[in-house]
Structure formats: structure tokens, C-alpha cells
Design a protein around this ligand. Structure first.
Ligand code: BMP
Length: 264
């Protein structure tokens, strides 16, 4: 059977990656498969939004490098809030270099990502070394850590081919303890219930694209047709008049789509 129709609680029991297990349990407990991409200019706004959105999300996704004043103090606050309000933090860094460089970018540098992010995103492009680097760094940390491998992108004209997708899924299978899931636009590794599918490019309403190649589908399409487990919504929520109300709407709609999917 495809993992798409298996409930998150059951999948959690079968997940070899600790963070994936914790995430699937969290989603079931909170009835949320919503991840908000909080791509805001100011760190204070990031913290304010995190507090408002907390009850509705399973993951808060950051791009630390696009937020001004993203200091160590801010990441500490975010980490503490995540523990208190029961959500995970995903730094969408999309590492894409040789393992040696990524190890340093991940644990050191200006953001010390491994200290505060439960999860990070990684391109499979450089090969196994990039995941090995994260695995080695994670061994130094007490809290469970994991990553999502980019297998497909939502953007128009991206250069990812079927061979590339196959290579990414094979890489994910090689590192079951470290790879919590895939960032993708279709159901991949359907026979691996522990692999969580993170699907961005989602927005309610009539707008289907932005002027820079992003493409959006509806929440229901993302969950049912594309097989997304965790759905990433950015501007659909952060750009709304009342982000908190909007997040609640998305949470309800996405969860209803998930329940419909597991009932198939
Ligand atoms: P929005 O819903 O505002 O388009 O935001 C989507 C978010 O997901 C952004 O943070 C973007 O970096 C990320 N993302 C994406 O849109 N497509 C991908 O294929 C991979 C991503 O991480």
C-alpha cells in the first residue's frame, strides 16, 4: 500500500529517522499538516508571526538569510517558542556544496543552524557527501536533527529531470536516519512511510503564479493529487490581512484533505 493512505500515527511507528517520527506524531496530535514559510524582512516580525501562527502549524520554515537582524538571540527565542508551542523549525537553507563546506555552514558561520533548526533542506546535486556531512554534524548534537532532500521544485522551467529525481530518491534511501523526507511535487518513495513529503507552491484562491516563476496549486490539489504530507504556504498566509485567521483556514482545509486522502 502507498504511504499516502496510511495515517500519520501509523507512519510514525515505521519511521527510521527520529525527527520524522517526532514530526509525524506531532502532526497527528496537533491535527496540522501546515508549514508556514515566514519569509519576512525583520526578525521581530518573524517572532511576532511565530507566536500568532503557533497553534496552527506543525513546522515554521525560515530563510534566516533573508531576514534582517536574525541574531543568535532570535534563533534562541524561536527554538524556545517551538518547544513551548509544539512545532518544529525548518531552516530552508538548501545547502548545495561539497560536504566539507556544508558541515561548516551548517554548524558554524553566522547562523549556527544546527543549534536551533530541527530540520534543514539540502540539494542532492553534490552527491552523498552532503548528507554524510550533516550526519556527522548531527552526531555531535543531543537533540534529534534531520533534513529534507530537494527532489523536485515548484518553479517554472527548473532543470530537474526524471533521472535526477531518481538519484535523489536513491540518496534518501541510503541515509534513513538523517533524511526525514523529500521536498517534491509528486508522490515519491510511496513504499517508505517514514519519508515525509514536503510540498511548497500552495495558495488558496485564483492566483496561480507570481512574476518570478513560482507556481501555486490549491491545498486540496497539493494533498490529494500531489501526495503532500506537509504543505508549505508562504505569501498566502503572511500576505493576508489577518495571518492568524488565514492560517486557521489553511489548517482546517489541509487537514480535511488529508482525512479525505486516508479514507480513499
Ligand atoms: P510562497 O507560498 O510565498 O510562494 O512561498 C513558498 C516557500 O517555499 C518559499 O519560502 C520558497 O523558498 C519555498 N520553496 C518553493 O516555493 N518551491 C520549492 O520548490 C522549494 C521551496 O523550498
Amino acid at each position: 500500500t502507498s504511504k499516502a493512505t496510511i495515517p500519520f500515527e501509523t507512519r510514525a511507528q515505521q519511521a527510521p529517522c527520529e525527527v520524522s517520527k517526532l514530526l509525524l506524531k506531532l502532526m497527528a496530535r496537533k491535527k496540522s499538516n501546515l508549514c508556514v514559510a515566514v519569509d519576512v524582512d525583520q526578525a521581530n516580525d518573524l517572532i511576532d508571526l511565530a507566536k500568532l501562527l503557533a497553534p496552527h502549524i506543525c513546522i515554521l520554515k525560515t530563510h534566516a538569510d533573508l531576514t534582517k537582524n536574525f541574531t543568535g538571540e532570535i534563533s534562541r527565542q524561536l527554538h524556545a517558542l517551538a518547544k513551548q508551542a509544539d512545532f518544529m523549525v525548518l531552516e530552508d537553507r538548501k545547502f548545495a556544496d561539497i560536504g566539507n563546506t556544508v558541515a561548516k555552514q551548517y554548524s558554524g558561520g553566522c547562523f549556527e543552524v544546527s543549534r536551533w533548526a530541527d530540520l534543514v533542506t539540502v540539494h542532492s546535486l553534490p552527491g552523498d557527501g552532503i548528507v554524510k556531512a550533516l550526519e556527522e554534524e548531527n552526531a555531535k548534537i543531543e537533540e534529534p536533527r534531520g533534513c529534507f532532500l530537494l527532489a523536485e521544485m515548484s518553479s517554472e522551467g527548473n532543470l530537474i529531470t526524471t533521472e535526477y529525481i531518481k538519484g535523489s530518491t536513491q540518496m534518501a534511501s541510503k541515509f534513513p536516519k538523517t533524511v526525514a523526507g523529500l521536498v517534491c511535487q509528486s508522490l515519491l518513495l510511496a513504499d517508505q512511510p517514514g519519508i515525509v513529503q514536503l510540498t511548497p507552491g500552495v495558495r488558496r484562491g485564483e492566483i496561480k503564479e507570481d512574476s518570478l516563476g513560482q507556481r501555486w496549486v490549491t491545498p486540496e490539489e497539493a494533498v490529494i493529487e500531489k501526495g503532500g504530507d506537509v504543505i508549505v504556504v508562504g505569501r498566502g498566509i503572511t500576505g493576508a490581512k489577518c495571518p492568524e485567521k488565514e492560517a486557521k483556514l489553511y489548517q482546517e482545509e489541509l487537514w480535511a484533505a488529508y482525512e479525505k486522502r486516508i479514507a480513499i
